[in-house]
Design a protein around this ligand. Structure first.
Ligand code: SF4
Ligand code: SF4
Length: 116
């Protein structure tokens, strides 16, 4: 099993999840195909040790175990896994401290992506 970052992460710049990952398997995309890999972070499923440490750190509640990803985000399981095909285009980012979202903003983001 592995954990998955869903599209709820998109355009979040605070990489709080990265700081707590013990095996540094959370990456950002540095390549040019942003239509395929949008501005969010990605977990390498081959490196993830399934510890769950990242999930409570995410202020946007964007991280799920692969078996628990909501139906509307199922495509994101494959999108995270797709990074293993072009690993040279990914790197571990630095943490950028940012204001935390309000509960209302978190709820709005979920609604935007169709999560009830
Ligand atoms: S579950 Fe653990 S190993 Fe996997 S991405 Fe999260 S912090 Fe890293
Ligand atoms: S903490 Fe959550 S929203 Fe922020 S970069 Fe990590 S997965 Fe994305």
């Amino acid at each position: 099993m592995a954990w998955v970052i869903t599209r709820l992460c998109r355009d979040c710049v605070d990489q709080a999840c990265v700081d707590v990952c013990p095996v540094e398997c959370i990456y950002k995309y540095t390549g040019g195909d942003t239509a395929k890999f949008p501005n969010q972070l990605y977990i390498d499923p081959d490196e993830c040790i399934d510890c769950g440490a990242c999930e409570p750190e995410c202020p946007w509640e964007a991280i799920f175990e692969d078996v628990s990803v909501p139906a509307v985000f199922k495509e994101d399981i494959g999108l995270n896994a797709a990074m293993t095909d072009t690993k040279d285009d990914f790197e571990v980012p630095q943490h950028v401290d940012k204001d935390q979202p309000t509960p209302e903003q978190v709820a709005e983001n979920k609604a935007k992506w169709g999560m009830s």
